[in-house]
Design a protein around this ligand. Structure first.
Ligand code: FAD
Ligand code: DHB
Length: 387
């Protein structure tokens, strides 16, 4: 079997890449180790930057997102007994975010690929990438896929990145001493906008998916197991952290999903080797506080699509050679923003009184200075793409 681009992984990165390549007349095969049902149900991110929304709309996969997604024009930072709105419409006029679940984006992309006759294979076993320097190929389930280029879109735990010979990649990473416990609940949101809360008990986030479904996150110790958090304990803790301003009452409901996400910052440089190009979580991870993971995956895939189009249409390898460099600028901006949001809003066990004072002073600055709030807002809605 032969295709132009062999894509490992049917997450947002792999599926969008396959679709964008299709629109440029470039063939691909997507190989995914999980079932279609599994990837369509995997609950993860929910905040789409303006550029992500525009990319999906331009690619013809934004119809349901436009209909069901929730446009947001601000977020609240809550701490010290008060809420402070960061108004996007004032600070970054014309720019906003859309709240729409990652698994809905994945569903829309799979539907579009299949409707266009795309080759997306689920439940594929033993995927391995070979001959990365030239004439690369992929083996899986006893079959062989020859391709011109391989796109490693298989997330942080995939097989693509580890296939790069030792010594090629430089790894930059940081682990955080806490995780996020995330839940979905059948209950109307208690707030119209997202609330990022810092309390002495830890961080909490109130998000949502629809007028009848809410999403919440709690900062928990890194080694937390979901079983330690029965529903009542979750609601008690969310109340304790979110009901910290006068007049705010949290509405509770049935919890339908629970999961623990470790917090990590991670980047490899370069994001390519020979004929293998890494995109999304395969190359970099951010802590979720800035809601950047999915959006970065989309940004990588945009760059890779242009580079592959230049290669297949005109034979030029210039953009492909510069792929990693072109992506890493945005990757590092998002790394800094996510680290900064994380440090601003979480509690740290080893933090002393001085550290807490600094954190609160910075929060006061961000919520009172227009310049500082604009820094947060323009990063949160997403900086414009370089091209
Ligand atoms: P992924 O979505 O991870 O997709 C990779 C795909 O490759 C998967 O479908 C996987 O099954 C497949 N795969 C892996 N190995 C193989 C293999 N050997 N062969 C074939 N296929 C393979 N970001 C936020 O902004 N907010 C959040 O709240 C948030 N929550 C998260 C919770 C969890 C548990 C995780 C893991 C991530 C979360 N993220 C969050 C990050 C965000 O979801 C990711 O940045 C985004 O999914 C990246 O997309 P991707 O396509 O690069 O990778
Ligand atoms: C969501 C996730 C995030 O990481 C975030 O910063 C905001 C919202 C969410 O899942 O809705």
């Amino acid at each position: 079997m032969r295709t132009q681009v062999g894509i490992i992984g049917a997450g947002p990165a792999g599926l969008l890449l396959s679709h964008l390549l299709h629109l440029r007349g470039i063939s691909s095969v997507v190989l995914e180790k999980r079932s279609r049902d599994y990837v369509e149900r995997r609950v993860r991110a929910g905040v789409l930057e303006q550029g992500t929304v525009e990319t999906l709309v331009e690619a013809g996969v934004g119809e349901r997102m436009r209909r069901e997604g929730l446009p947001h024009h601000g977020i609240e930072l809550r701490y010290g007994g008060a809420g402070h709105r960061i108004p996007f419409e004032k600070l970054v006029p014309g720019r906003s975010i859309t709240v729409y679940g990652q698994q809905e984006v994945v569903k829309d992309l799979i539907a579009a690929r299949l409707a266009a006759g795309g080759d997306v294979r689920f439940d594929v076993e033993d995927v391995a990438v070979h001959s990365l320097e030239s004439e690369p190929y992929v083996t899986f389930g006893g079959e062989r896929l020859d391709c011109d280029v391989i796109a490693g879109c298989d997330g942080f735990h995939g097989v693509s990145r580890p296939a790069i010979p030792e010594g090629v990649l430089t790894v930059f990473e940081r682990e955080y001493p806490f995780a996020w416990l995330g839940i979905l609940a059948d209950v109307e949101p208690s707030s119209e906008e997202l609330i990022y809360t810092r309390t002495d008990r830890g961080f909490a986030l109130h998000s949502m998916r629809s007028p009848t479904v809410s999403r919440f996150y709690l900062q928990v110790p890194a080694d937390t197991r979901v079983e330690e958090w029965p529903d009542d304990r979750i609601w008690d803790e969310l109340r304790a952290r979110l009901e910290s301003v006068p007049g705010f009452t949290l509405t509770t409901g049935e919890i339908t999903e629970k999961g623990v996400t470790p917090m990590r910052s991670f980047v490899v440089e370069p994001m390519q080797y020979g004929r293998l190009y890494l995109a999304g979580d395969a190359a970099h991870i951010v802590p979720p506080t800035g809601a950047k993971g999915l959006n970065l995956a989309v940004a990588d895939v945009r760059v890779l699509t242009e580079a592959l189009a230049a290669y297949f249409e005109g034979g030029s390898t210039e953009l492909l050679d510069g792929y990693s460099e072109a992506c890493l600028k945005r990757v590092w901006r998002a790394q800094h923003f996510s680290w900064w949001m994380t440090m601003l809003l979480h509690t740290f066990e080893d933090d002393d009184a001085y550290g807490r004072k600094l954190q609160l002073s910075y929060l006061d600055y961000v919520t009172s200075s227009e310049a500082a709030a604009t820094t947060l807002a323009e990063n949160y809605v997403g900086l414009p793409y370089a091209t």
